[in-house]
Design a protein around this ligand. Sequence first.
Ligand code: PAF
Length: 288
Amino acid sequence: MKGTSCEIAVLQHVDEMRAFSTKCRNENRIIGFVPTMGALHEGHLSLIARAKAVCDVVICSIFVNPTQFNDPKDLLLYPRTEEADIDLLKNAGCDVVFVPAVNEMYPTGQEVRDYNFGTLTSEWEGRFRPGHFNGVITVVKRLFEIVLPHQSFFGKKDFQQFSVIREWVRRDEIKVEIVGCDTVRASDGLALSSRNKRLSSEQATLATAFSKALLFIRENKSKNNVNALIAEATEMFIEKEQIELQYFTIANSETLEPLEEISEANHQVALIAGFIGGVRLIDEIELN
Ligand code: PAF
């Protein structure tokens, strides 16, 4: 079954999902997988398009994973738009959408393993969302065991998540190729995110300060001194009292270790996170 805009299978149960994927594998069809938590936007659809370009069958999951939310209020407020999401996926030519209930994903309770990859898991998101990556890896591992993908596609807006998953796959010798895809932005630069649905239009305009600060970093990276550069870019947030920055850094894009100087010797990424109103946003820009 190759996806067209008029057919999509909606599967809810682990057994039927795994049976479908096993059949595809037996037929030597390459499975591309896009895991999501729904509230889909153009960023997700770009992952589907990327998967469609290189795989024979494209599977998307929609599962708001409780074990990766360290803040119960955030989980409660996470936007849920399943019907609209399925329509978008259908039109994007996705073949199958897997929409399991919590007890399908966690039949024996919501246990998570502890993953410690040093800075990769302990800093940035790891520091401000303790346990977050344990929940992410736990659910992605379970999804991979059900969906049996050859390739899985992740947006680089969640740059640290992409890096952590890539490292976990490398360490545990998981036979899935992890494909990182560029952040998709609105015309004003705002990185697309499911959380943007919770911003007022005034807050969404304010939120463009994140991408402007990141762009400033990239345009001025020849200044080399990271502290000076970050201090200058942070001035963009002065008089924007509604924005509460959590971190703003330039890091080695492999290890996510913070850098003091930008040099030709390594690749760098600038990472930023903060709250606008009650909404937490993150963004990234690669500097090479
Ligand atoms: O990026 C997300 O939407 C989630 O963290 C993921 C990868 C689907 C795991 O729940």
